[in-house]
Write a protein that binds this ligand. Structure first.
Ligand SMILES: Nc1ncnc2c1ncn2[C@@H]1O[C@H](COP(=O)(O)OP(=O)(O)OP(=O)(O)O)[C@@H](O)[C@H]1O
Length: 682
């Protein structure tokens, strides 16, 4: 009986196996079913009990070859075709339950690429050959995600959540059965206790305003806590100690070691571990130029290198020694490459490799084998979509509410702009000066609503994009549900804020005193800000960072606002740019609000002499001494005002439809862009 089988014997999951072996299922099918239901269907009692509830799992990989894909498709017409790079070369290995396996090597040796292949992440630019097995079963994304978790290098969190809230969200998102709050908190307490995070459980992860935040080591332990919430049998960690001091590094590796001692399989890549840390690894895998230079225990590595004539001095850090031996030193490339090849060839001819190959042979002969197939399998098991929606909306709403940039500044910005408009245009009279002022006030309120809508979305959405991409890559939820939840949690702001703005401005400026006019203006303000928000979603979805988002948005908004009907009179827009106004939601909302304001105004005072430019004065019959006399040449009713700015009442229906269209189209485009992004990243 293999070690893994022995360890499995005492495991509660064996109940499933006994059940299935009493039916007509084959042993392999039973194993595979047990694996699939490994963490997905373990009962709520299992998960909240302190005992580990996973089936110990051996991860094996055989003859892996990984190539970068050469340039293809559209780009190849413009660029010189790139030759595929052979990144990982015939790499085989095994990680067993109870072992902490560290993958070491110089920069560029292929550590991250190997980890990506084993975790099924970021594979879109790679072509993979070879086999990967989980307990003698060829790997699939479903099987892998049901029994493993991946602690990535960057610790990405929503800083305004507390440690407990973050873990509660992640646990609910990852368990398909329902847990009551007592069970959730019990499970979280166990994990916090295990990782020494109990004292920061109620702290916010990072709170900008108070300066409170978790330390680097606590953040890394929180990342590990997040990934072991559902008791995975395999834990992958990419550079778990990068950026940490030696004490923090020791703490984090001790945590990994204790997880391995619970019969988990731990695989990590690591840079320059100290001698103390190095001793904690059960096995090391040395990579050089995409090949395996050694796989086995640290003691055996010393023997192996000594036999080749590379003896590690006793006062030397062994990991530094190996990395040095396997590095390609600039200026001495040929010699270093031949040394690396000699070491890798010697390893391939050694008993260490022969033993590994015979174990892998048993694995591959026991199964139907085949190349690594990540993409053709369905997605990992997820919780049902309504629960996804509830959780994501709740988290987003909490973040919106707590984040001072999202709430305080949203409200303060809106209030400031509103007060500015209200005070600057206070109590307008219906005379010739008032026409210009009222039209200006309407357009200014449109502009401020737009900018706050667009920049608030870009600011928030771009910042949370990396978290979304990571959570989606791990198969936690659907893009559509995430996006709908995001919009739903933003919606209250995009109803209340424009509504408040319009109400204040309406009464302060003294717009037409009619309830219908007020309501229509209010509705249009809300629609307008939502159209602008749609544009913000779209820009955030196509750009890679907040800075790029802001850089892209500004030049696109300028021409659209220019054609809104206030900066350039609608009747005098040059033909070559006139078509652009059909994309301008500024134009549609300005036309509706202007018509809404003026159409029922029957009298506008005209009590001054209107100056006329000298160039046209001689052509006008009523001009005397350069002016049109009082009461003539004025706009005397609302319909004339509407006509003077080039708007038409008959266009209103079209304007409403176009505003709705803008709201929908930018959201659809944003959704498509998000889907493309997650596809590209896969
Ligand atoms: N998609 C790709 N296309 C071309 N070359 C690639 C691609 N991905 C990785 N490489 C190359 O493969 C080699 C291994 O990269 P990898 O990131 O796996 O190394 P690493 O050992 O993790 O390095 P580091 O420790 O510096 O992170 C590098 O030379 C890298 O430039």
């Amino acid at each position: 009986m293999s070690t893994a089988e022995e360890q499995t014997k005492g495991n509660p999951r064996n109940g499933f196996q006994r059940f299935f072996t009493n039916t007509n299922f084959s042993t392999d099918e039973v194993d595979s079913i047990a694996e699939l239901i490994n963490c997905v269907s373990c009962s709520s009692e299992d998960l909240s009990s302190s005992a580990a509830n996973f089936k110990p799992t051996t991860l094996s990989w055989n003859n892996l070859n990984v190539y970068s894909k050469g340039s293809s498709g559209f780009t190849e017409y413009f660029r010189k075709p790139k030759e595929p790079v052979h990144i990982i070369k015939k790499v085989s290995g095994q990680a067993k339950p109870g072992n902490l396996l560290a993958i070491l090597g110089a920069s560029g040796a292929g550590k991250t690429t190997l980890l990506n292949v084993l975790t099924g992440q970021n594979l879109n630019k790679l072509a993979i050959e070879g086999q990967v097995f989980l307990n003698n079963e060829p790997i699939t994304i479903e099987r892998l995600s049901s029994c493993s978790s991946y602690v990535q290098q960057d610790d990405l969190f929503f800083g305004v959540l507390t440690v407990r809230e973050h873990l509660q969200f992640q646990l609910k998102l990852r368990t398909t059965f329902s847990l009551n709050s007592g069970q959730i908190n019990k499970r979280i307490d166990q994990i916090l206790e295990k990782l020494g995070l109990m004292k920061v459980a109620e702290n916010r992860i990072k709170c900008g305003s108070s300066g409170q935040r978790l330390s680097g080591g606590e953040l890394k332990r929180l990342s590990i806590a997040t990934e072991i919430l559902t008791d995975p049998a395999i834990l992958f960690c990419d550079e778990p100690t990068s950026g940490l001091d030696s004490f923090m590094t020791q703490t984090v590796v001790s945590v990994l070691k204790s997880l391995a001692n619970e019969q988990r399989t731990i695989v990590c890549t690591i840079h320059q571990p100290s001698s103390e840390i190095f001793k904690m690894f059960d096995k090391i895998m040395l990579l050089a130029e995409g090949r395996v230079a050694f796989l086995g225990t640290a003691d055996k590595a010393l023997d192996f290198f000594s036999q080749l004539g590379f003896k590690c001095p006793s006062n030397y850090n062994p990991s530094d020694f190996y990395v040095q031996q396997l590095s390609i030193v600039p200026g001495n490339k040929e010699q270093c490459l031949s040394k690396v090849n000699m070491i890798c060839n010697s390893y391939e001819a050694s008993d260490y490799h022969r033993d590994l190959r015979s174990e892998l042979k048993i694995v591959s002969e026991a199964t139907f084998g085949g190349p690594v197939k990540y993409n053709q399998y369905s997605k990992p098991v997820q919780i049902e979509i309504f629960s996804q929606f509830n959780l994501l909306t709740h988290r987003s709403a909490l973040i919106n509410f707590r984040d001072p940039i999202l709430t305080t500044s949203r409200i303060a910005n809106t209030l400031f702009c509103t007060l500015l408009v209200a005070l600057a245009y206070w109590g307008q009279d219906y005379n010739q000066e008032g026409i210009m002022n009222i039209n200006g006030a309407i357009f200014l309120s449109i502009m401020s609503g737009n900018f706050s809508g667009i920049y608030m979305i870009i600011g928030a959405f771009c910042n949370e994009m990396p978290i979304f991409l990571r959570e989606h890559a791990a198969g936690r939820y659907r893009v559509s549900i995430y996006f709908i939840a995001k919009m739903a949690s933003d919606l209250p702001y995009f109803i209340l804020l424009p509504s408040a703005t319009w109400s204040i401005c309406y009464y302060a400026i003294g717009l037409v005193n009619d309830f219908d006019t007020f309501l229509i203006g209010n509705a249009v303000s809300i629609i307008l800000v939502n159209a602008a928000a749609g544009f913000g979603y779209f820009i955030s979805s196509i750009t890679t960072s907040l800075t790029v988002g802001l850089e892209v948005a500004s030049p696109l908004i300028s021409p659209l606002s220019l054609l809104g009907g206030t900066f350039v009179n609608n009747r005098t827009i040059p033909k070559w740019i006139n078509w652009l106004k059909y994309f301008s939601w500024f134009h549609y909302s300005n036309e509706i609000l202007t018509v809404n304001q003026w159409r029922d105004v029957t009298h506008i005072d005209c009590d001054f002499e209107m100056p006329v430019p000298r160039s046209i004065a001689s052509d006008l019959p009523d001009v005397s001494k350069g002016t049109i006399p009082t009461g003539q040449g004025c706009l005397v009713n609302g319909k004339q005002v509407i006509a003077s700015v080039g708007f038409k009442e008959s266009d209103l229906k079209f304007d409403y439809w176009m505003l709705i269209f803008v709201i929908v189209i930018f959201r659809v485009l944003a959704y498509v862009a998000l889907r493309c992004r997650v596809k590209l990243q896969r």
